[in-house]
Design a protein. Structure first.
Length: 165
């Protein structure tokens, strides 16, 4: 407290007008510090709470929609093994000679080479394409042409008993 002694002595020698001025300055600095440290962050949080609540509500609604979609997909009847393979073979023949289907056990790999985007989109549509969804997809757009062409592979997991032994 030895550093405080000179300040107390200086305060005692000041005129009342100087004391009031310093007191007022200390009050203003203290109020600014309280505002900056305590009140301003709380007010910013309060102002952004409505926007955050709306964003969270939107995210919750999206998650509920995804949950409903997952529940609906789980409720779909399973496709018999041979029908799944036949569906995959029939749908892949629509893509033409740029699509080669290889079945190994319970896995089917569809290799694509320069397939038009329209045909691939129709293939991927669950209502017009195969009754299975790919478990892995590696696709890349082929450049150099005006028409969008895609190459790559799609891997499907077949129901037990669908593949060739």
């Amino acid at each position: 407290m030895s550093w405080l002694q000179p300040l107390i002595a200086r305060w005692a020698t000041m005129a009342p007008r100087e004391r009031r001025g310093l007191s007022l300055a200390a009050l203003v600095v203290g109020a600014a510090l309280i505002w900056a440290v305590l009140l301003a962050p709380a007010l910013r949080t309060l102002k952004s709470a409505d926007a955050q609540a709306a964003a969270l509500a939107t995210e919750r609604d999206r998650m509920l929609a995804l949950q409903a979609r997952a529940t609906a997909l789980k409720a779909q009847p399973t496709v018999p093994p041979q029908e799944a393979l036949k569906s995959l073979q029939t749908a892949s023949s629509v893509l033409g000679k740029g699509a080669v289907l290889q079945v190994t056990g319970e896995q089917a790999t569809l290799t694509l080479k320069q397939i038009p985007a329209v045909a691939l989109a129709q293939w991927m549509n669950p209502t017009t394409g195969p009754s299975l969804s790919p478990v892995e997809a590696q696709l890349q757009r082929d450049g150099g042409t005006t028409q969008a062409l895609w190459s790559g592979m799609l891997v499907y997991r077949l129901p037990a008993g669908a593949g060739t032994p």
